[in-house]
Write a protein that binds this ligand. Structure first.
Ligand code: ADP
Length: 817
């Protein structure tokens, strides 16, 4: 370090403590990076890499920090921001610098860096009972904690499906680091040292949650340690105490159905980069508030298991649906409600801006209107009972913060007039200095009877009273001489001196007083954070129910009838809520399951609508269980404890698993997890292997599912052989999709009827796809020569002769997962 400049030495000392972060080192108007950091930053941000004394260096202008930060975080970096903590003008030698913030993708709360969606992170560790996962959104304060009996594949699957922005691992699961990075290369993953899980966790938790005991929460110490590690981590990145995180809740409580990533993806219920605009979420998204958008997403992936709560939601939706006026009123009110959930988080982190407070106040002004209008409708009138509309919060802000405050404290007016005499006085001085001087001039003229007396100022001498030499005799004794010119003398008086002093102090004082008052207001508002979150949560729910009601009116959805602990299902003229929006003439279809017949084998050519039908049944069930009305004429539906899907063929390129292996792994999960109250949706299982293998596996899976698991199932396939199960087993119903053959080719009617499809129409599809006639004709010729009627009949005979299998079902196999 001998030939290093003192500044680089300072840099290296600080960097030593933040080895895992990119250190942004404030130097005047820039944040500079050096050495390896500079290399990395210049690559990610595409900025110039320069050299100084031979060290690589790259800098970003301080005013553009947020843009660059976002890019760094998005590419999976941890960033430490090191500021100058003393005034360079008064500093002796090198300015003192300190890291004031550490940012990771999961710990940002600034509004301009994040969108409406939840930003969930997770901390994973392993105990004897399984993986402990803490899942939290720092920007909203949501916090879940639970132990899962996942195997490693299931855990990775869960991580893959959840869309985390950040993953923290304890040392004992460090080996997951590589696998997660392989799967999701841009995701931020960090391994935490053991001391995060230290023994003082109870004391620390009690301090954070301000409770005397944690006996009432239903967690064991291993789990509480993990919750505590999360809070410690957050405190370290924020350099402050964390108060806005909620007390964790069990994740897999039996309140919700656990949807796995395949089902979420296969059914197209949430947008991904390729399905944006064409998912259930998009169709139902009439929500108006940021909290509402997030809540809708939460609802969609957490279908309810309790019939009463589902019915309660239906009641709300129904009440809204039938009250056009209320719907319109709420729509308008909601468009003025800002992101209260995140604002409240920023308040408790002391990171709220003046405009956050105005946004909070403006929203709270609307809240009483929302509450009042809801009260006019009996079906939903008690919706806000026990919720505080937070009039006091509104008042605190109204009284103290300017209507249009500057973006940050210190760069313009934030505190209202009348809050602090001292502040008003200083501001007055700044604003009215010319008037004040005029007043003094007027008064002094009168007092001294010197008409030519003038009060002015200049840069060098400051304020003065100028008097022509001819009038010198009239100058009073309390005037002090300041300067003598050819024809005039300049004086000053105590009052002018004081104004001068105040003026030079005024700007600094204004900043200081504003900051002090603003901090005090934030501290005052911090007391209401829990209530703000409760209110925000309730508003978000109402926004979602209103959204469901609007979708129901617009798209003609009906209230389903829910049946518990039953396989009976009746859907008359059901529709796929997304496909029906994108095709001109959607054909509705029915579904009937009863206690004895609940396993449908659906056959039909490619492109006839099998997948659409299978998905439609899954989506309708999810819609019902989140409290939304459904696209059908009649819907009587079981409350499912789980919906499992195996749809479509895909290779898992990352882990190098073949289509068939992926398929079988997914099937095995379904077979293990499904219960007699689950819905299983299968589309083309067994496709990734030879026909005979495929049929045999699909056959065996089916027998197991309807005999042992006894779950409602739709199995779409083009193996017509499978439909023969309907002859052998009473549980199995054979359905097919109607096809009309015409002179011009086949027409898919998309209508489902009883029976078996006997032709897969592959050649017809090739024709529809616009193949040259020669190819289509040649394919027919080849098919003709390959088709061997005797062979086909033999095969059918064999299928019909497959011996019936009866599984002995043991009681414990039927237990819920
Ligand atoms: P398959 O699974 O049999 O190959 P899909 O379900 O993918 O067929 O359907 C193919 C296309 O047919 C869909 O993209 C959709 O445009 C149309 N389709 C499917 N079902 C219907 C329906 N019930 N009414 C109208 N069009 C439909």
């Amino acid at each position: 370090m001998a030939n290093l400049t003192p500044m680089i030495k300072q840099y290296l000392e600080i960097k030593e403590e933040y080895k895992d972060s990119i250190l942004l080192f404030r130097l005047g108007d820039f944040y500079e990076t050096f050495f390896d950091d500079a290399q990395k930053v210049s690559e990610i941000l595409q900025i110039v890499l320069t050299k100084r004394n031979g060290h690589p260096m790259a800098g970003i202008p301080y005013h553009a920090l947020n843009n660059y930060l976002k890019k760094l975080l998005d590419s999976g970096c941890k960033v430490a921001i090191c500021e100058q903590v003393e005034d360079p003008q008064t500093a002796k030698g090198i300015v003192d610098r300190k890291v004031t913030r550490v940012l990771t993708p999961g710990t940002i709360v600034d509004d301009n860096m994040i969108d409406d969606f939840n930003r969930f992170s997770t901390l994973i560790t392993k105990s004897e009972k399984g993986y402990i996962l803490a899942v939290f959104d720092f920007s909203t304060g949501e916090f879940y904690l639970d132990t899962f009996d996942f195997n490693e594949n299931e855990l990775l699957d869960f991580i893959n499906s959840f869309g985390f922005v950040q993953i923290l691992l304890s040392k004992n699961v460090e080996s997951l680091y590589k696998q997660i990075k392989n799967m999701l290369p841009d995701l931020y993953v960090e391994v935490l040292d053991d001391w995060y899980f230290s023994n003082n966790f109870l004391e620390h938790l009690k301090d954070i949650y301000k409770v005397f005991s944690l006996d009432y929460v239903d967690y064991n110490n291993e789990e509480l340690k993990v919750a505590d590690a999360v809070l410690k981590y957050l405190e370290l990145t924020q350099f402050s105490k964390i108060r806005h995180m909620k007390i964790p809740k069990r994740f897999k409580t039996r309140e919700y159905m656990l949807l796995d990533s395949n089902t979420i993806e296969n059914l197209g219920i949430l947008p991904t980069s390729t399905t944006r605009g064409k998912t259930l979420y998009d169709i139902l998204k009439f929500t108006r508030t940021s909290m509402g958008h997030r809540k809708l997403r939460d609802f969609i992936i957490s279908p309810l298991l309790d019939k009463n709560i589902i019915e309660q939601r239906f009641d709300y939706v129904e009440a809204l649906k039938e009250d056009h006026l209320l719907m319109e009123e709420l729509k308008e009110y909601f468009s003025h409600i800002k992101d209260l959930e995140r604002i409240s988080s920023r308040i408790s982190l002391r990171k709220a801006t003046p405009r956050d407070l105005i946004a909070l106040k403006d929203s709270l002004e609307i809240v009483p209107y929302i509450i009042e209008s809801v009260k006019t409708n009996l079906g939903i009138s008690s919706f806000f009972d026990k919720i505080d509309p937070l009039g006091e919060v509104k008042e605190i802000i109204e009284k103290t913060i300017c209507e249009e405050p500057s973006i940050e404290v210190g760069s313009g007016e934030v505190i209202k007039e009348g809050v602090s005499n001292e502040l008003d006085e200083y501001r007055n001085i700044l604003k009215n200095i010319d008037n004040i001087l005029e007043e003094i001039e007027k008064r002094e003229k009168e007092l001294t009877k010197i008409n030519s007396l003038k009060v002015s100022r200049n840069k060098v001498y400051g304020f003065y009273i100028e008097i022509p030499k001819t009038q010198i005799a009239k100058v009073p004794a309390y005037y002090t001489r300041k300067q003598t010119l050819v024809n005039t003398e300049r004086f000053t008086i105590e009052e002018l001196r004081q104004i001068e002093q105040k003026l030079s102090l005024a700007e600094d004082r204004i900043k200081a007083i504003e900051k002090e008052l603003f901090d005090k207001i934030i501290l005052e508002l911090e007391k209401y954070v829990t209530e703000i979150k409760q209110l925000s949560d309730r508003l978000a729910e109402l926004d979602v129910f209103r959204s469901f009601a609007e979708a129901s009116v617009k798209y003609n959805y009906i209230r389903p009838k829910m049946i518990e602990k039953s396989r009976n299902t009746k859907i008359i003229n059901g529709r796929h809520p997304v496909v029906e929006r994108f095709v001109s003439n959607f054909i509705p279809n029915d579904l009937i399951f009863d206690e004895d017949r609940f396993y449908i084998i659906l056959t039909g050519p490619n492109m006839s609508g099998k997948s659409t039908y299978v998905r439609q049944i899954g989506i309708i069930s999810i819609m019902a269980q989140i409290g939304c009305f459904v696209p059908a004429e009649v819907a009587e539906l079981p409350v499912y404890d789980g919906i499992f899907t195996r749809i479509g063929a895909r290779d898992d390129i990352v882990t190098g698993k073949s289509t068939f292996l992926v398929e079988m792994l997914e099937m095995s999960t379904i077979i293990n997890r499904a219960t007699e109250h689950s819905l299983v949706l299968l589309d083309e299982v067994g496709r990734g292997t030879s026909t005979l293998d495929g049929i045999s596996v699909a056959w065996a899976i089916s027998e197991y599912l309807f005999q042992v698991k006894k779950c409602n199932t739709i199995f779409a396939t083009h193996y017509t052989e499978l439909t023969y199960m309907s002859y052998i087993y009473n549980e199995v119903i054979a359905k097919r999709i109607k096809v009309k053959e015409t002179m011009e080719g086949v027409i898919f009617l998309h209508k489902i009827e009883d029976g078996t499809s006997d032709n897969s129409y592959g050649i017809e599809i090739a024709k529809l796809a616009g193949f040259p006639v020669e190819i289509v004709d040649r394919a027919r010729e080849v098919l003709e020569q390959l088709s061997d009627r005797v062979d086909l009949e033999n095969k059918l005979k064999k299928v019909k002769n497959i011996k019936k299998k009866s599984y002995k079902v043991q009681e414990n196999q039927l237990k819920m997962f």
